[in-house]
Design a binder for this molecule. Structure first.
Ligand code: SF4
Ligand code: SF4
Length: 145
């Protein structure tokens, strides 16, 4: 419980930080309500993406938060870091792709896809199925520099 509150506070601080320092990027597009982002979640540990069911079960034992998710598939990718990473589906997603806890959904769900410059510089972007995309939000004067 204390850990959940701590995570929640960290999310809020991160959100404020991003809103203050990410003005060069904006989120465009709109949600297609496909639920794809709730069914294709990746988790990672200090050793990288979770690729082993047993590791995930250990995580579920240690942190109740992970019990809200079930394995939905596995990624096949040329990128070795992502290859064989497990994907997870949130148990709060209904069959018709509605969030069953929409009003009290976690901050990271409210923020997806988050405009974080350090992620964007690292090449991260919304899922290709997502209706959102990142765009540069330069001031006109900056184009003239
Ligand atoms: S809590 Fe709701 S919005 Fe967040 S992942 Fe689950 S279904 Fe999606
Ligand atoms: S993947 Fe993008 S478009 Fe689909 S539900 Fe999530 S936020 Fe909306």
């Amino acid at each position: 419980m204390i850990k959940d509150i701590k995570n929640f506070i960290e999310d809020i601080v991160l959100d404020i930080y991003n809103k203050l320092f990410s003005s060069k990027y904006v989120l465009k597009g709109k949600c297609k309500k496909c639920g794809y982002c709730c069914k294709n979640i990746l988790f990672s540990t200090k050793d990288g993406y979770v690729k082993d069911k047993k590791i995930f079960q250990q995580m579920q034992k240690k942190y109740t938060y992970y019990r809200h998710f079930k394995i939905s598939g596995v990624i096949k990718d040329d990128n070795e870091i992502r290859n064989n990473a497990l994907t997870f589906e949130c148990k709060f997603l209904s069959k018709n792709n509605k969030c069953l806890i929409y009003l009290i959904r976690p901050m990271y769900c409210r923020d997806y896809p988050n405009v974080m410059p350090e992620f964007i510089y690292g090449g991260l972007k919304p899922l290709k199925e997502c209706g959102y995309y990142f765009d540069i939000n330069k001031k006109f004067s900056e184009y003239l520099q």
